[in-house]
Design a protein around this ligand. Structure first.
Ligand code: MEV
Length: 313
């Protein structure tokens, strides 16, 4: 039996603008993980089981857009094996899907790793390799991903990320003073592909306006990185507010997200913003140990379906 896992992710600053080459900051959400288990099988073929999704199919019968099937094809192409041994792949995930926490990328990264191990190719499965294959699968689902999600889940470390050619700029950074975050779920599922596509359409219609919005997000991400590295936690709150306002202008917030952001601030959070593609999914609030409980309760009262506390240290 070969098992591997990968974490969820939170984008702290710079989502959407990162697709257009502006810097963004993301961190792994290590408490929530996707896990893949590969077992050799005596039955012919490749069986895919995803209990969370109620799925149990043979690869040959899987729909053409099946996400796990796409991962298997990517790995098979990458390792240039004409046929794969018989096996069962079981995938489970604690990361809610379509909620801005990188569930798709985490599932892909976990399957890539577990498959590489099963095939006796664990030496290939460096973070860079896992990230690159995960990116290829993300492209199938999301069209034009920036590459930040696959990077964070494959490297499993906080990153300052800039999408660029010929190679993305991926820089780990240090966290001088712990950041206490609450991650609250609106319970509204939303498609990254649709949100990213809508931003693209608006950018095409109003290029100057959207370039300015993206520049604003990039400046905020740079300032936030400096604040995180110098331990200036107080400076991060207003930067989150500013970033949320720019995301509202890009039309990727939602009434549910705005309600949670407002409630968090009113209850004493230093700052709050949506995280990820938006239109639903999760928001994050920066708190102190002294304000954490009040903000947590306020988020639940304002309609959060769940609130998770995480510390970035
Ligand atoms: C999604 O987690 C983050 C977005 O910026 C899209 C991307 O970077 O590919 C919205």
């Amino acid at each position: 039996m070969f098992s591997a896992s990968a974490p969820g992710k939170i984008i702290l600053f710079g989502e959407h603008a990162v697709v257009y080459g502006r810097p963004a900051i993301a961190v792994p959400l290590t408490q929530l993980r996707a896990t893949a288990v590969v077992t050799p099988s005596s039955r012919p073929g490749i069986r895919l089981i995803a209990p969370d999704l109620g799925q149990d199919v043979m690869l040959t019968d899987a729909p053409p857009d099946d996400p796990i099937a796409a991962v298997i094809r990517q790995v098979q192409t990458a390792v240039t094996l004409p046929t794969l041994p018989h096996m069962t792949i079981t995938v489970s995930s604690q990361i809610p899907i379509a909620s801005g926490l990188g569930s798709g990328a985490a599932i892909t990264a976990a399957v890539v790793r577990a498959l590489a191990e099963f095939l006796g190719l664990a030496h290939l499965a460096t973070p860079a390799w896992v990230s690159a294959l995960t990116y290829e699968v993300e492209k199938i689902h999301h069209g034009t991903p920036s590459g930040i999600d696959n990077t964070v889940v494959a490297y499993e470390m906080p990153v300052y990320f800039v999408r660029q050619q010929p190679q993305n700029h991926i820089e780990p950074f240090t966290v001088a003073r712990p950041l206490h975050l609450l991650v609250a779920d609106t319970g509204v599922r939303s498609s990254t592909k649709i949100a990213v596509g809508d931003v693209r359409r608006q950018w095409q219609e109003h290029p100057a306006k959207f370039e300015a919005l993206f520049d604003g997000c990039g400046r905020i991400a740079q300032a936030a990185r400096a604040a995180i590295e110098t331990g200036d936690v107080a400076a991060l709150g207003p930067l989150m507010q500013e970033n949320h306002a720019l995301l509202q202008e890009m039309t990727v917030s939602s009434p549910e997200l705005d309600r949670l952001v407002t409630a968090a601030i009113a209850a004493g959070a230093l700052g709050a913003k949506l995280s990820g593609a938006g239109r639903g999914g999760n928001m994050i609030a920066l708190v102190t140990p002294a304000t954490a409980t009040a903000v947590h309760n306020a988020l639940l009262t304002a309609g959060a379906k769940s609130v998770l506390a995480t510390t970035l240290a």
